[in-house]
Write a protein that binds this ligand. Sequence first.
Ligand SMILES: [Zn+2]
Length: 450
Amino acid sequence: MADVSSDPGRWRDVDKLLARPGNIVGQDFEPSPTLREDIGEIARVLVVGAGGLGCELLKDLALSGFKNIDVIDMDTIEVSNLNRQFLFRLQDVGKSKAEVAAERVMKRISGVNITPHFCRIEDKDIDFYNDFNIIVLGLDSIDARSYINSVACGFLEYDTDDKPLPETIKPIVDGGTEGFKGHARVILPGRTPCFECNIWLFPPQVKFPLCTLAETPRTAAHCIEYAHLIKWGEVHHGKDFDADDPEHMQWVYAQALKRAELFGITGVTYSLTQGVVKNIIPAIASTNAIISAACALEALKIVSGCSKTLCNYFTYNGTEGTHIKVTDFVRDTDCLVCGPGTLVELDTSITLLQFIRLLGEHPNIRLSKASVTCRGKNLYMQSPPVLEEMTRSNLQLPLFDLMGKVAKDVIHVSGTSEKNDKKTSCLRKLRVVFKGVADGITSMDTTDGS
Ligand SMILES: [Zn+2]
């Protein structure tokens, strides 16, 4: 493969963005002929996902001047990926997507260094994610997005006026595609809505009402879902349907075909049956390319300041014609993930039991029967009984010790709140600060002068 980066005109367009002043540049933008080189040296980007979107992202970021890129993906290459995950070849089937993708891009674009991580995102320490200036997501899973979002928002700190501290903001650029539709968004925790603030943007998967399936089918998909969801259970009492068993699929197909004939509906095929039953949405290479381009550009804008960033959610729909829209969503200021939470100042001597009592009396909290967790660790749980018993001994210990003797940290509490005689269970985020504890200074920081 030819090395495209040695072409003298290679960086002409990127340099136009970075070397010239403009009217819509960011506040601190300083154009410079060496800015591209500087970004290449300094900026560290993490790409999460090396699939359809991930392959495009790695190529686009490398061609935008980023030189220090890491990519993480737990998947291996399958034959069905090859039509769009263009960095992979037939002989790569079975190998790690992250490893092969990194190798291919580095071979093609000299000077770029891509470090692959063939593992689950949860396998990495939280600190791993803090080393990056920006995290770019090329994922198809809501859970994975939610996880990275919570990790990035976990680095966010607020000052005493509930203003986010700029140096603790870890930007995320999130891309996603589904068939002919896609989105790109910029998440600046504390400033723009985080993934959890707008979780309602991801509606539950479309399900047909059972009455439509049973009585008034109108489409081939209705006939297939009738055979799959209703007829299968009627005929095969207690036997689970297995979507990976070709005999099961064939049976559903035959039943759907019968039903379609009965209602004069056309279009039931075996592959449509597979698609509907397994909820397969075809992946479109062009959609990935468009969304990835938008994401890579936002990443460049964030690190360089060469233009204002997307504010804050871009949608693309190529189903009928081409529709593009940008929506400025608002933050949920009470968001449990990115919101500031209620500031609570405590003495280091307060025990967990005293703290739980305080939660009931605190004018801004008023939470009774509280369970307390910190960084995923259960400090005290009211229920189930087995967890209550396991955590009961913590009640007499100082909260400061239980939280690892840090000056401040975020904890989550759940319990019952009472308003107008109505009891509701709720979950709250608290920003705990211990009085008289120096922030961020440990003995190691002060003794090691080298
Ligand atoms: Zn949020």
